[in-house]
Unconditional design. Structure first.
Lengths: 378, 79
């Protein structure tokens, strides 16, 4: 009899895992994906929606069209997992029993956790990105502040990329001379990765983007239009863009499967839950101190899939484990970009920003739908 | 004069930038002149603590390393 493999979450990680297990298990696994919306969203595109470079409609497709025909899709919200009973409970439908479970539920953004932060703009949700672009279109003069209100957050270079794309956008409208861009960073550099920060900081200065270090956003005063840091500094704004605090999904917290922020503790190589058997977690969902990004979800998905395929076939676990590989593009504006690559054993390296990396990112964004979810890229 | 530590933080195993952010949060709760000690294993924390102290004006009164664990003592600045 085939093993029941249940995957919570139809994002990049969950979709790859589902397709790879269905393809490789020779009928030894019956694969079900549970997703609350049934719509697959390409989140890296939000950044471009926020500055009017991407059409929101191009960023989502029905999940059913990205899954193999032999993968079952349940459009419902998983409300609780009972690891002792190997059961997932649903909001509407009947409970699902599993032999192997993959948590690929990702993260959610919590602007409401920042006092006064509810009205701030963000580009971490489709709604946020659309609303931000609407505000930018009517922006004429003043100070735009970009701040970080919680660690960890998705795509560590995103605030820097947004600053560069915003600079391009304001220049294209001929209003850059009447506007200031201030980037507030939690550290004394552009973002966590030192080598890449060194590369982009001179470009920030060149574009007249003011970088303020050690500014961890704590609260917002919407009347005075100021943002205050944990460190006690206050900065005024006309338009505020915040990277919201992130946390794991409600189902993780309600099932006691994660830590106090809902991140799931897993072995950093095998991605198996540290406390419960037959449960894996991938992508943003985990507590691994590594970038929360699509590339990580992608690489981890291939590892989790291989392990589950070996399990359902009764074979030895595969030799290949997750090595901490991360690959990101970083737009530096004016049609150029760089990349960031590293793993557990190799520090990050970034080439000099060039047009070819911008085009590589654009190509990846376009071809994503036909390659990544199907597991066609390694 | 004996030194009394008001708060002690175990930041071992956390990676950049969490150690410095957790420290910034904890420092907020201290009264001027009080000391905070922190233990971290992320090598990047050495330069981060030094730079954070310089930037925020809260002096780094002690720092060192023993067996792969870095320790720091910060003093909350006078208002």
């Amino acid at each position: 009899m085939a093993d029941e493999v249940v995957i919570l979450g139809g994002g990049v990680g969950g979709t790859i895992v589902a397709n790879l297990i269905a393809k490789e298990s020779n009928g030894r696994a019956h694969v079900t994906v549970v997703d609350s919306s049934g719509i697959h969203v390409y989140q890296p595109g939000f950044l471009y929606v926020a500055v009017g470079l991407e059409n929101p409609a191009a960023l989502h497709r029905p999940e059913s069209r990205l899954l193999r025909r032999d993968v079952n899709l349940v459009i419902d919200r998983a409300t609780r997992v009972d690891p002792a009973e190997h059961t997932v409970f649903m909001e509407w439908g009947r409970p699902l029993r599993y032999d192997q479970l993959v948590l690929a539920t990702g993260s959610r953004t919590m602007l409401q956790e920042v006092p006064g932060g509810q009205e701030a703009h963000d580009f971490y949700t489709m709604e946020g990105a659309k609303r931000l672009f609407k505000a930018l279109r009517s922006f004429q003069r003043g100070t735009i502040v970009i701040g970080v209100a919680g660690i960890p957050y998705k795509c560590p270079p995103a605030p820097v990329e947004f600053a560069f794309l915003l600079d391009d956008y304001l220049r294209s409208r001929g209003i850059r001379g009447h506007t200031q861009i201030k980037l507030l960073s939690p550290l004394n550099r552009a973002f966590t990765i030192e080598a890449t920060s060194k590369l982009v900081q001179p470009i920030l200065a060149e574009r007249d983007i003011e970088l303020t270090g050690f500014f961890n956003v704590e609260s917002v005063d919407t009347v005075a239009q100021t943002v205050t840091s944990l460190e006690g500094e206050t900065v005024g704004y006309d338009l505020l863009v915040l990277v919201p605090p992130h946390r794991g999904q409600q189902v993780i917290e309600d099932s006691g499967l994660g830590d106090d922020r809902g991140w799931v503790p897993v072995d950093k190589n095998t991605l198996k839950h540290t406390r419960f058997e037959h449960i894996w977690a991938i992508g943003d969902t985990t507590d691994i101190p590594i970038s929360k990004s699509g590339s990580v979800a992608h690489y981890e998905a291939t590892v989790a899939a291989a392990e589950i395929v070996a399990t359902v076939k009764g074979e030895e676990p595969p030799a290949h484990v997750y090595d901490g590989k991360v690959m990101c593009f970083l737009e530096t504006g004016q049609g150029k970009a760089t990349t960031i690559q590293f793993d557990y054993d190799h520090p990050p390296v970034s080439p000099t920003p060039a047009r070819r990396w911008h085009w590589a990112k654009a190509l990846f964004n376009k071809t994503y739908w036909h390659t990544v979810p199907q597991g066609r890229l390694p | 004069m004996s030194i009394t530590i008001a708060t002690s933080l175990d930041l071992k195993g956390l990676s950049c930038p969490l150690p410095i952010i957790k420290t910034a949060k904890a420092m907020k709760g201290l009264a001027p002149g009080e000391l905070l000690e922190a233990f971290a294993t992320d090598p990047g924390s050495v330069s981060d603590f030094k730079a954070w102290a310089q930037t925020t004006g809260n002096p780094l009164v002690e720092s060192g390393e023993e067996g792969g664990v870095f320790h720091f003592v910060l003093k909350k600045k006078e208002m």
